[in-house]
Design a protein around this ligand. Structure first.
Ligand code: PMP
Length: 517
């Protein structure tokens, strides 16, 4: 790139004219900062270019000289300018990146034989294999368990981030302590204890999303070939991780109360490394395990020597205000308990946590550190601020009635239009509803037909460790407003009718826009 002469730069600076808009919220010194920085970054102002004296620029712009001085000071602090006493302010001489040409092409390496068995684990590719083309238009999306954009408290989070950046500055921008910020671990432990989950601060390990907590459990417990138990319909992201770790993932059937004790007894001597489950609101089933069954599960775990992994991803999402029965962790200190702020607050925080049995801490902490060198300290501080200011309570008070209304709109639409033979129960907690289609139905065909009619849902097969399940669909009701959910329910009911009318078991497994969320 040819360097521009000083005169050329000066002319371009003049011609590109800094334009200020007073009273638009952004202070004038910030506007000057942004515009000069943009000109430096884009190469309009080249290294070594001398900016006009602050007095001259202030006159040209019609602002107080101090405004320009402040902008220049910030530009110097940020590294765009250097100031030389008695000579003026110059664009720094950091070289602009040279444009590079792509490397010469060569025969591809034998990647198929190079990639590990873990990266080729069957469940990982399942969602891709099932996914059809992206749907067009603006379909009602019941396939993602993700809070809708309009329900995310971005303004409250912005205040917390502003505060953290202003008050904590550098200490919020480094690496985190290995276990997570003590301040956050204390807040999590206190909140868990209030909700009946015994947790000592030392046992709380902050993770990068609860997905990392699951990965950590998988890495800590599973050797290739080990059996690992899950519910027959369970979170596909967990199946993926257990399979990647080399486990033989085995489904345990459930009845109306939860995982079937008789089925579990068959694993008494299987030396399974763990049983992963979601007692409060299953994903994808929305089911809650009864209090009695929880006691039975804990008794089985002790007898069989198989740890229980309790994923409470939907904690606090009690749509009817009724808390679930006591947590497994409250019944047995050896349970590994996982939680997250993704569903009840903001997925992008990527903050989850794990409450681990004391004896496991020594292994989990270095393992977690090896995985990512710590969860974002900036976001941990922002979350602490959010919790300490009581924003969480206010946020839940706002979103819970909204989620209830969304669930009720879905339930009303389904009650009206579903054909006979489809089984479902409106969930009391969480954000998903499970439809069990009549035996012999083809969920893939239903998903395809539903997509053609403008509603996206997910087939049950991706929630099964074997990829085969009773015909079923998961509907997530958090991402669309009630009016659109009602429309989506209507379209889905018609799609189920239409797919049934075309005959059963056509073998289609394609479903558009599948996501493991
Ligand atoms: N557990 C369950 C049951 C989930 O559905 C998810 C995400 N959908 C996770 C854990 C992981 O979520 P996150 O990493 O955002 O905490």
């Amino acid at each position: 790139m040819r360097r521009k002469s000083g005169i050329e730069s000066y002319q371009m600076f003049r011609e590109s004219g800094i334009s200020l808009t007073p009273g638009v919220g952004q202070p004038l010194y910030r506007q000057i900062f942004d515009q000069v920085a943009a000109r430096v970054s884009s190469g309009v102002l080249t290294p070594g270019f001398r900016l006009p004296p602050t007095r001259v620029l202030a006159e040209e712009l019609g602002v107080h000289r101090n405004t320009v001085v402040r902008a220049f000071e910030d530009l110097v602090a940020a590294g765009f300018l250097v100031s030389v006493v008695g000579r003026g302010s110059f664009v720094t001489s950091a070289p602009l990146p040279a444009s590079i040409s792509p490397p010469p092409s060569r025969p591809s390496l034998p990647w198929v034989s190079l990639v590990s068995r873990a990266a080729s684990a069957e469940p990982l590719g399942r969602a891709d294999a099932l996914a059809g083309p992206a749907p067009s238009g603006n379909p009602v999306n019941l396939s993602r368990m993700e809070p809708a954009g309009e329900l995310l408290p971005h303004e409250l989070l912005r205040r917390c981030l502003d505060h953290v950046l202003r008050d904590r500055a550098a200490s919020a921008l480094g690496y985190s302590p290995r276990e997570g910020l003590p301040r956050l671990r204390e807040l999590i432990a206190a909140e868990l204890s209030r909700s009946g989950v015994p947790a000592e601060v030392d046992d709380v390990l902050v993770t990068t999303g609860s997905q990392q907590a699951l990965d950590l459990v998988a890495r800590a417990l599973i050797d290739p070939g080990d059996p690992f138990l899950v519910e027959e319909s369970t979170y596909s992201g967990a199946i993926n991780l257990f399979a990647v770790a080399g486990a033989r993932v085995v489904g345990v059937p459930s009845d109306g109360d939860g995982p079937d004790p008789a089925a579990l007894e068959r694993h008494d001597r299987s030396r399974a490394k763990g049983f992963y489950m979601m007692p409060n609101c299953g994903n994808p089933t929305g089911a809650c395990v009864s209090a009695e069954r929880r006691h039975a599960l804990v008794a089985w775990s002790r007898r069989a020597g198989v740890p229980l992994i309790e994923d409470d991803y939907g904690a606090d999402l009690n749509l009817d205000g009724v808390p679930p029965p006591p947590a497994l962790k409250a019944l047995d200190s050896e349970v590994i308990y996982l939680g997250t702020f993704s569903k009840k607050l903001i997925p992008a925080l990527r903050v989850g946590f794990l409450v681990c049995p004391k004896a496991l801490r020594r292994q989990l902490v270095p393992l977690k550190h090896a995985m990512d060198l710590g969860t974002s300290v900036l976001l941990q501080h922002a979350l602490c601020e959010f919790l300490e200011r009581g924003y969480m309570r206010a946020h839940l008070a706002k979103v819970l009635p909204e989620y209830r209304a969304r669930r009720d709109a879905l339930a009303a639409g389904l009650s009206e239009g579903l054909p006979d033979g489809v089984e479902w129960t409106p969930p009391a907690r969480g954000l998903v509803l499970w439809l069990q289609l009549p035996e012999g139905s083809d969920p893939g065909a239903v998903c395809e037909e539903a997509s053609r009619r403008g509603v996206l849902v997910t087939p049950g097969a991706i929630y099964s460790p074997t990829g085969r399940s009773r015909p079923s669909l998961r509907l997530a009701f958090c991402g669309e407003p009630p009016e659109r959910i009602a429309v989506g329910a209507q379209r889905l009911c018609r799609a189920i009718d239409a797919a049934a009318g075309r005959g059963r078991g056509s073998g289609s497994t394609r479903a558009p826009a599948i996501d493991v969320l």
